[in-house]
Write a protein that binds this ligand. Structure first.
Ligand code: AMP
Ligand code: GLY
Length: 424
Protein backbone atom coordinates (compact mmCIF):
# COMPACT_ATOMS: atom_id res chain seq x y z
CA UNK A 1 0.00 0.00 0.00
CA UNK A 2 1.02 3.57 -0.61
CA UNK A 3 0.23 5.82 2.34
CA UNK A 4 0.15 9.60 2.61
CA UNK A 5 0.35 11.16 6.08
CA UNK A 6 -0.78 14.79 6.24
CA UNK A 7 1.02 17.06 8.74
CA UNK A 8 4.55 17.72 9.89
CA UNK A 9 4.75 17.62 13.68
CA UNK A 10 5.74 15.13 16.35
CA UNK A 11 2.35 13.44 16.12
CA UNK A 12 2.83 12.82 12.41
CA UNK A 13 6.34 11.49 12.97
CA UNK A 14 4.89 8.98 15.45
CA UNK A 15 2.19 8.01 12.92
CA UNK A 16 4.75 7.59 10.13
CA UNK A 17 7.03 5.58 12.48
CA UNK A 18 4.17 3.24 13.39
CA UNK A 19 2.76 2.92 9.86
CA UNK A 20 6.27 2.15 8.54
CA UNK A 21 6.26 -1.02 10.68
CA UNK A 22 3.21 -2.38 8.83
CA UNK A 23 3.92 -5.28 6.44
CA UNK A 24 1.09 -3.95 4.25
CA UNK A 25 2.94 -0.73 3.47
CA UNK A 26 5.33 -0.36 0.54
CA UNK A 27 5.77 3.40 0.49
CA UNK A 28 4.99 6.34 2.77
CA UNK A 29 4.73 10.00 1.82
CA UNK A 30 4.36 12.83 4.30
CA UNK A 31 3.19 16.37 3.49
CA UNK A 32 4.79 18.64 4.54
CA UNK A 33 6.71 16.39 7.00
CA UNK A 34 9.92 17.38 8.75
CA UNK A 35 13.59 16.39 8.71
CA UNK A 36 13.12 13.42 11.07
CA UNK A 37 10.18 12.07 9.11
CA UNK A 38 12.32 12.11 5.94
CA UNK A 39 14.15 9.04 7.30
CA UNK A 40 10.97 6.92 7.00
CA UNK A 41 8.87 8.70 4.40
CA UNK A 42 9.23 10.67 1.21
CA UNK A 43 8.69 14.32 2.04
CA UNK A 44 6.18 16.16 -0.15
CA UNK A 45 6.37 19.97 0.03
CA UNK A 46 2.61 20.58 0.21
CA UNK A 47 1.12 22.35 3.23
CA UNK A 48 -1.39 20.45 5.40
CA UNK A 49 -4.15 22.97 4.63
CA UNK A 50 -3.57 23.01 0.86
CA UNK A 51 -6.45 20.62 0.24
CA UNK A 52 -6.40 20.84 -3.55
CA UNK A 53 -2.63 20.38 -3.68
CA UNK A 54 -2.91 17.27 -1.51
CA UNK A 55 -5.78 15.92 -3.58
CA UNK A 56 -3.86 16.37 -6.82
CA UNK A 57 -0.84 14.60 -5.33
CA UNK A 58 -2.91 11.69 -3.95
CA UNK A 59 -4.65 11.17 -7.30
CA UNK A 60 -1.42 11.37 -9.25
CA UNK A 61 0.47 8.96 -6.96
CA UNK A 62 -2.55 6.64 -6.59
CA UNK A 63 -2.37 6.80 -2.79
CA UNK A 64 -4.20 3.85 -1.20
CA UNK A 65 -4.77 5.49 2.19
CA UNK A 66 -4.35 9.06 3.43
CA UNK A 67 -4.03 9.64 7.18
CA UNK A 68 -4.71 13.15 8.48
CA UNK A 69 -2.90 14.52 11.55
CA UNK A 70 -3.92 18.15 12.22
CA UNK A 71 -7.36 19.66 12.81
CA UNK A 72 -7.32 22.35 10.11
CA UNK A 73 -7.62 20.09 7.05
CA UNK A 74 -10.27 17.99 8.86
CA UNK A 75 -12.47 20.98 9.72
CA UNK A 76 -11.97 22.28 6.16
CA UNK A 77 -13.35 19.02 4.77
CA UNK A 78 -10.33 17.12 3.43
CA UNK A 79 -12.11 13.82 4.10
CA UNK A 80 -15.21 14.88 2.16
CA UNK A 81 -13.06 16.15 -0.73
CA UNK A 82 -10.93 12.99 -1.00
CA UNK A 83 -13.97 10.69 -0.69
CA UNK A 84 -15.81 12.63 -3.41
CA UNK A 85 -12.92 11.72 -5.75
CA UNK A 86 -12.97 8.07 -4.73
CA UNK A 87 -9.86 8.23 -2.53
CA UNK A 88 -9.60 6.29 0.75
CA UNK A 89 -8.80 8.56 3.69
CA UNK A 90 -8.72 8.20 7.48
CA UNK A 91 -10.26 10.95 9.59
CA UNK A 92 -13.45 12.74 10.62
CA UNK A 93 -15.39 14.43 7.81
CA UNK A 94 -16.20 18.14 7.93
CA UNK A 95 -19.50 17.81 9.78
CA UNK A 96 -18.05 15.38 12.32
CA UNK A 97 -14.91 17.49 12.86
CA UNK A 98 -17.08 20.39 13.97
CA UNK A 99 -16.93 18.73 17.40
CA UNK A 100 -13.45 20.30 17.53
CA UNK A 101 -13.97 23.21 15.11
CA UNK A 102 -16.68 24.86 17.20
CA UNK A 103 -16.57 24.71 20.98
CA UNK A 104 -20.10 26.14 21.05
CA UNK A 105 -21.33 23.23 18.91
CA UNK A 106 -19.51 20.71 21.14
CA UNK A 107 -20.99 22.26 24.29
CA UNK A 108 -24.51 22.29 22.82
CA UNK A 109 -24.18 18.59 21.93
CA UNK A 110 -22.94 17.77 25.43
CA UNK A 111 -25.77 19.72 27.04
CA UNK A 112 -28.41 18.10 24.86
CA UNK A 113 -27.16 14.56 25.42
CA UNK A 114 -26.29 14.96 29.13
CA UNK A 115 -22.57 14.36 28.71
CA UNK A 116 -20.69 15.48 31.83
CA UNK A 117 -18.89 18.77 31.20
CA UNK A 118 -18.41 22.17 32.83
CA UNK A 119 -21.50 24.36 32.93
CA UNK A 120 -21.28 27.16 30.35
CA UNK A 121 -23.06 29.92 28.46
CA UNK A 122 -22.31 30.93 24.88
CA UNK A 123 -22.26 34.59 23.81
CA UNK A 124 -22.09 36.47 20.53
CA UNK A 125 -22.40 39.81 22.33
CA UNK A 126 -19.53 41.25 24.36
CA UNK A 127 -21.69 43.16 26.87
CA UNK A 128 -23.84 40.13 27.63
CA UNK A 129 -20.70 38.05 28.19
CA UNK A 130 -19.30 40.68 30.59
CA UNK A 131 -22.60 40.85 32.53
CA UNK A 132 -22.52 37.07 32.91
CA UNK A 133 -18.90 37.05 34.10
CA UNK A 134 -19.70 39.70 36.75
CA UNK A 135 -22.61 37.59 37.94
CA UNK A 136 -20.62 34.33 38.07
CA UNK A 137 -17.36 35.68 39.55
CA UNK A 138 -13.89 34.12 39.25
CA UNK A 139 -12.13 31.80 38.70
CA UNK A 140 -13.82 31.34 35.35
CA UNK A 141 -12.74 30.08 31.91
CA UNK A 142 -13.07 32.06 28.66
CA UNK A 143 -12.90 30.08 25.41
CA UNK A 144 -12.81 31.17 21.79
CA UNK A 145 -15.52 29.34 19.83
CA UNK A 146 -13.44 28.46 16.76
CA UNK A 147 -9.96 27.03 16.19
CA UNK A 148 -7.15 29.09 17.72
CA UNK A 149 -4.12 26.80 17.46
CA UNK A 150 -4.53 25.65 21.06
CA UNK A 151 -4.33 29.22 22.41
CA UNK A 152 -8.03 30.09 22.57
CA UNK A 153 -8.65 28.97 26.17
CA UNK A 154 -7.92 31.41 28.99
CA UNK A 155 -8.28 30.26 32.58
CA UNK A 156 -8.99 33.52 34.46
CA UNK A 157 -8.33 33.96 38.16
CA UNK A 158 -10.08 37.34 38.39
CA UNK A 159 -13.20 38.96 36.89
CA UNK A 160 -11.01 41.72 35.39
CA UNK A 161 -8.83 39.15 33.61
CA UNK A 162 -11.95 37.42 32.27
CA UNK A 163 -13.35 40.68 30.92
CA UNK A 164 -10.01 41.52 29.29
CA UNK A 165 -9.99 38.06 27.70
CA UNK A 166 -13.49 38.57 26.29
CA UNK A 167 -12.37 41.90 24.84
CA UNK A 168 -9.29 40.34 23.25
CA UNK A 169 -11.39 37.55 21.71
CA UNK A 170 -14.59 39.38 20.77
CA UNK A 171 -13.53 43.01 20.24
CA UNK A 172 -9.84 43.00 19.27
CA UNK A 173 -10.46 39.67 17.48
CA UNK A 174 -6.97 38.34 18.20
CA UNK A 175 -8.12 34.95 16.86
CA UNK A 176 -10.06 36.49 13.96
CA UNK A 177 -13.50 35.13 13.09
CA UNK A 178 -12.98 32.26 15.56
CA UNK A 179 -13.82 34.86 18.22
CA UNK A 180 -17.26 35.84 16.89
CA UNK A 181 -18.61 33.78 19.75
CA UNK A 182 -17.14 33.09 23.17
CA UNK A 183 -17.87 30.26 25.56
CA UNK A 184 -17.78 31.27 29.24
CA UNK A 185 -17.27 28.18 31.31
CA UNK A 186 -17.30 27.07 34.93
CA UNK A 187 -13.80 26.47 36.34
CA UNK A 188 -13.24 22.79 37.05
CA UNK A 189 -10.78 21.32 39.53
CA UNK A 190 -9.19 17.87 39.31
CA UNK A 191 -6.52 16.01 37.38
CA UNK A 192 -6.48 16.08 33.58
CA UNK A 193 -6.18 13.10 31.24
CA UNK A 194 -6.43 12.52 27.51
CA UNK A 195 -8.53 9.67 26.23
CA UNK A 196 -8.28 8.89 22.55
CA UNK A 197 -10.32 6.25 20.75
CA UNK A 198 -10.70 4.81 17.27
CA UNK A 199 -14.28 4.55 16.06
CA UNK A 200 -16.21 3.54 12.97
CA UNK A 201 -19.32 5.32 14.23
CA UNK A 202 -20.56 2.21 16.06
CA UNK A 203 -17.66 0.42 17.73
CA UNK A 204 -15.32 2.29 20.07
CA UNK A 205 -11.77 0.95 20.29
CA UNK A 206 -9.92 2.98 22.92
CA UNK A 207 -6.22 3.65 22.89
CA UNK A 208 -4.21 3.58 26.09
CA UNK A 209 -4.90 6.59 28.32
CA UNK A 210 -2.37 9.40 28.58
CA UNK A 211 -1.70 12.70 30.26
CA UNK A 212 -0.43 15.87 28.63
CA UNK A 213 1.50 18.71 30.32
CA UNK A 214 0.26 21.96 28.78
CA UNK A 215 2.02 24.80 30.68
CA UNK A 216 5.53 25.72 29.58
CA UNK A 217 7.28 25.49 32.99
CA UNK A 218 7.73 22.87 35.70
CA UNK A 219 4.95 22.61 38.25
CA UNK A 220 2.39 23.65 35.59
CA UNK A 221 3.55 27.28 35.70
CA UNK A 222 3.48 29.81 32.87
CA UNK A 223 1.40 30.04 29.71
CA UNK A 224 -0.21 27.05 28.00
CA UNK A 225 1.55 25.47 25.02
CA UNK A 226 0.57 22.80 22.50
CA UNK A 227 1.90 20.30 25.09
CA UNK A 228 5.33 19.97 26.73
CA UNK A 229 5.25 16.25 27.36
CA UNK A 230 3.00 13.29 28.03
CA UNK A 231 2.97 9.85 29.53
CA UNK A 232 0.89 6.72 29.09
CA UNK A 233 -1.01 5.20 30.83
CA UNK A 234 -2.51 7.91 33.07
CA UNK A 235 -3.09 6.27 36.47
CA UNK A 236 -5.92 8.77 37.17
CA UNK A 237 -7.90 6.79 34.57
CA UNK A 238 -8.73 3.90 36.89
CA UNK A 239 -10.88 0.97 35.81
CA UNK A 240 -14.00 2.78 37.10
CA UNK A 241 -13.09 6.06 35.36
CA UNK A 242 -12.39 4.18 32.13
CA UNK A 243 -15.88 2.66 32.22
CA UNK A 244 -17.50 6.05 32.84
CA UNK A 245 -15.56 7.60 29.94
CA UNK A 246 -16.86 4.93 27.58
CA UNK A 247 -20.45 4.78 28.82
CA UNK A 248 -21.14 8.39 29.82
CA UNK A 249 -18.98 10.25 27.31
CA UNK A 250 -17.77 8.42 24.20
CA UNK A 251 -20.76 6.18 23.51
CA UNK A 252 -23.37 8.97 23.88
CA UNK A 253 -21.38 11.53 21.83
CA UNK A 254 -20.71 9.10 18.98
CA UNK A 255 -24.32 7.94 19.02
CA UNK A 256 -25.65 11.50 19.07
CA UNK A 257 -23.37 12.63 16.24
CA UNK A 258 -24.91 9.81 14.16
CA UNK A 259 -28.42 10.93 15.20
CA UNK A 260 -27.61 14.48 14.06
CA UNK A 261 -26.61 13.30 10.59
CA UNK A 262 -22.91 13.67 11.39
CA UNK A 263 -21.70 10.05 11.57
CA UNK A 264 -18.37 10.06 13.35
CA UNK A 265 -15.55 7.95 11.90
CA UNK A 266 -11.86 8.23 12.63
CA UNK A 267 -10.30 9.15 15.91
CA UNK A 268 -11.97 11.01 18.75
CA UNK A 269 -9.97 12.67 21.50
CA UNK A 270 -11.60 13.58 24.80
CA UNK A 271 -9.68 16.03 26.99
CA UNK A 272 -10.93 15.31 30.51
CA UNK A 273 -10.87 16.73 34.01
CA UNK A 274 -11.23 13.96 36.58
CA UNK A 275 -12.28 14.67 40.15
CA UNK A 276 -13.25 12.10 42.76
CA UNK A 277 -13.41 9.38 40.11
CA UNK A 278 -15.77 11.37 37.86
CA UNK A 279 -14.59 12.52 34.42
CA UNK A 280 -15.90 15.72 32.79
CA UNK A 281 -15.13 16.80 29.22
CA UNK A 282 -12.90 19.86 28.75
CA UNK A 283 -12.81 19.51 24.98
CA UNK A 284 -13.22 17.12 22.11
CA UNK A 285 -10.69 16.92 19.30
CA UNK A 286 -11.30 15.19 15.99
CA UNK A 287 -7.70 13.96 15.72
CA UNK A 288 -4.81 12.30 17.53
CA UNK A 289 -3.26 14.35 20.35
CA UNK A 290 0.15 15.94 20.10
CA UNK A 291 2.30 14.98 22.05
CA UNK A 292 0.08 12.15 23.46
CA UNK A 293 0.34 10.14 20.23
CA UNK A 294 4.10 9.72 20.68
CA UNK A 295 3.98 7.77 24.01
CA UNK A 296 0.68 6.05 23.14
CA UNK A 297 1.85 4.64 19.79
CA UNK A 298 5.12 3.56 21.34
CA UNK A 299 3.04 1.21 23.53
CA UNK A 300 0.74 -0.02 20.75
CA UNK A 301 1.47 -3.57 19.60
CA UNK A 302 0.50 -4.92 16.19
CA UNK A 303 -0.31 -3.26 12.91
CA UNK A 304 -2.07 0.13 12.98
CA UNK A 305 -3.01 0.12 9.28
CA UNK A 306 -5.87 -2.46 9.44
CA UNK A 307 -7.35 -0.46 12.36
CA UNK A 308 -7.27 2.78 10.37
CA UNK A 309 -8.92 1.01 7.43
CA UNK A 310 -11.58 -0.61 9.65
CA UNK A 311 -12.61 2.76 11.13
CA UNK A 312 -13.55 4.02 7.69
CA UNK A 313 -14.94 0.70 6.37
CA UNK A 314 -17.18 0.19 9.39
CA UNK A 315 -15.86 -3.16 10.61
CA UNK A 316 -13.89 -2.04 13.65
CA UNK A 317 -15.71 -4.59 15.86
CA UNK A 318 -13.47 -7.26 14.33
CA UNK A 319 -10.32 -5.63 15.73
CA UNK A 320 -8.54 -5.39 19.04
CA UNK A 321 -5.40 -3.65 20.20
CA UNK A 322 -2.80 -5.06 22.54
CA UNK A 323 -0.76 -2.64 24.62
CA UNK A 324 2.76 -2.96 25.92
CA UNK A 325 2.49 -3.13 29.72
CA UNK A 326 5.48 -0.87 30.05
CA UNK A 327 4.66 2.81 30.60
CA UNK A 328 6.07 5.42 28.23
CA UNK A 329 7.08 9.03 28.70
CA UNK A 330 7.56 11.78 26.10
CA UNK A 331 9.52 14.94 26.91
CA UNK A 332 9.11 17.80 24.45
CA UNK A 333 12.26 19.79 23.79
CA UNK A 334 11.39 23.32 22.67
CA UNK A 335 13.06 26.44 21.30
CA UNK A 336 13.89 29.41 23.52
CA UNK A 337 10.90 31.77 23.60
CA UNK A 338 8.19 29.19 22.83
CA UNK A 339 5.14 29.50 23.09
CA UNK A 340 5.85 33.14 22.17
CA UNK A 341 8.27 34.17 19.40
CA UNK A 342 11.10 31.68 19.25
CA UNK A 343 14.50 31.24 17.68
CA UNK A 344 15.16 28.94 14.73
CA UNK A 345 18.19 27.56 12.93
CA UNK A 346 20.13 26.29 15.97
CA UNK A 347 22.29 23.20 15.41
CA UNK A 348 20.97 20.14 17.27
CA UNK A 349 23.60 17.88 18.85
CA UNK A 350 23.38 14.38 20.32
CA UNK A 351 20.70 12.77 18.12
CA UNK A 352 23.06 10.03 16.89
CA UNK A 353 23.90 9.00 20.42
CA UNK A 354 20.22 8.77 21.32
CA UNK A 355 19.45 6.71 18.20
CA UNK A 356 21.77 4.01 19.61
CA UNK A 357 19.84 3.80 22.91
CA UNK A 358 17.38 0.93 23.51
CA UNK A 359 13.72 1.73 24.13
CA UNK A 360 13.97 5.42 23.29
CA UNK A 361 13.03 7.29 20.15
CA UNK A 362 13.39 10.98 19.34
CA UNK A 363 10.33 12.01 17.34
CA UNK A 364 10.90 15.18 15.36
CA UNK A 365 8.49 18.13 15.29
CA UNK A 366 10.18 21.40 14.26
CA UNK A 367 13.41 20.29 12.62
CA UNK A 368 15.07 20.89 9.25
CA UNK A 369 18.29 19.96 7.50
CA UNK A 370 20.80 22.66 6.55
CA UNK A 371 24.03 21.64 4.82
CA UNK A 372 23.57 18.11 6.16
CA UNK A 373 23.14 19.34 9.73
CA UNK A 374 19.97 18.97 11.80
CA UNK A 375 18.70 22.37 12.94
CA UNK A 376 15.74 23.67 14.95
CA UNK A 377 12.85 24.92 12.82
CA UNK A 378 9.86 25.32 15.13
CA UNK A 379 8.63 25.96 18.66
CA UNK A 380 8.35 22.34 19.67
CA UNK A 381 11.44 20.70 18.18
CA UNK A 382 11.63 17.11 19.43
CA UNK A 383 9.51 14.68 21.46
CA UNK A 384 11.95 12.30 23.08
CA UNK A 385 9.94 9.21 24.04
CA UNK A 386 11.02 6.23 26.13
CA UNK A 387 9.62 3.01 27.60
CA UNK A 388 10.49 1.61 31.04
CA UNK A 389 9.57 -1.37 33.21
CA UNK A 390 7.63 1.05 35.39
CA UNK A 391 6.95 4.77 35.31
CA UNK A 392 10.04 5.81 37.36
CA UNK A 393 12.27 3.85 34.97
CA UNK A 394 10.48 5.25 31.91
CA UNK A 395 11.07 8.77 33.26
CA UNK A 396 14.71 7.99 34.01
CA UNK A 397 15.45 6.52 30.60
CA UNK A 398 13.71 9.31 28.73
CA UNK A 399 15.57 12.04 30.62
CA UNK A 400 18.86 10.17 30.09
CA UNK A 401 18.22 10.56 26.36
CA UNK A 402 17.02 14.17 26.67
CA UNK A 403 20.24 15.13 28.45
CA UNK A 404 22.32 13.84 25.54
CA UNK A 405 20.60 16.28 23.16
CA UNK A 406 21.37 19.98 23.13
CA UNK A 407 21.20 23.22 21.19
CA UNK A 408 21.64 26.84 22.01
CA UNK A 409 18.59 27.93 24.03
CA UNK A 410 16.93 24.50 24.42
CA UNK A 411 14.06 24.38 26.93
CA UNK A 412 12.25 21.38 28.38
CA UNK A 413 10.28 20.60 31.52
CA UNK A 414 12.12 18.46 34.06
CA UNK A 415 8.98 17.11 35.76
CA UNK A 416 7.18 15.15 33.04
CA UNK A 417 5.58 12.07 34.61
CA UNK A 418 5.81 13.27 38.21
CA UNK A 419 2.02 13.32 38.57
CA UNK A 420 1.91 9.60 37.77
CA UNK A 421 4.36 8.94 40.61
CA UNK A 422 1.81 10.27 43.11
CA UNK A 423 -0.37 7.25 42.27
CA UNK A 424 2.30 4.65 43.10
P1 AMP B 1 -8.85 22.98 26.13
O1 AMP B 1 -8.13 23.43 24.91
O2 AMP B 1 -10.32 23.27 26.14
O3 AMP B 1 -8.52 21.58 26.57
O4 AMP B 1 -8.23 23.88 27.30
C1 AMP B 1 -6.84 24.02 27.49
C2 AMP B 1 -6.52 23.86 28.95
O5 AMP B 1 -7.23 24.84 29.73
C3 AMP B 1 -6.95 22.51 29.52
O6 AMP B 1 -6.01 21.53 29.30
C4 AMP B 1 -7.14 22.87 30.99
O7 AMP B 1 -5.89 22.85 31.64
C5 AMP B 1 -7.64 24.27 30.95
N1 AMP B 1 -9.12 24.30 31.02
C6 AMP B 1 -9.99 24.28 30.00
N2 AMP B 1 -11.27 24.31 30.42
C7 AMP B 1 -11.21 24.36 31.77
C8 AMP B 1 -12.20 24.40 32.81
N3 AMP B 1 -13.51 24.45 32.53
N4 AMP B 1 -11.76 24.43 34.08
C9 AMP B 1 -10.44 24.43 34.37
N5 AMP B 1 -9.47 24.39 33.45
C10 AMP B 1 -9.84 24.35 32.16
N1 GLY C 1 -2.02 17.76 23.46
C1 GLY C 1 -3.24 18.44 23.30
C2 GLY C 1 -3.83 18.33 21.97
O1 GLY C 1 -3.36 17.58 21.12
O2 GLY C 1 -4.81 18.99 21.73
Amino acid sequence: MKILVVGGGGREHALVWKIAQSPKVTRIYCAPGNAGISEQATIVPIKANDLNGLLEFALQEKIDLTVVGPEDPLTQGIVDLFESKGLFIFGANRKAAEIEGSKAFAKEMMKKYHIPTAFCEIFDNRNEAVKYIRKQGAPIVVKTDGLAAGKGVIVCQTVEEAIQSVDKIMVEKIFGEAGNRAVIEEYLVGEEASYIAFTDGKTILPMASSQDHKPIFDGDQGPNTGGMGAYSPAPVVTEGVHEKIIEKILRPIIYSMGEKGRPYKGVLYAGLMIHGGYPKVLEFNARFGDPETQPVLMRMKGDIVPILEACMRGNLSQHQIEWDNRPSVCVVMASKGYPGDYEKGKIIRGLKEVSRMEGVYAFHAGTALRDGQMITNGGRVLGVTGLGEDIPRAIERTYQAVKKISWDGVHYRTDIGQKALCWL
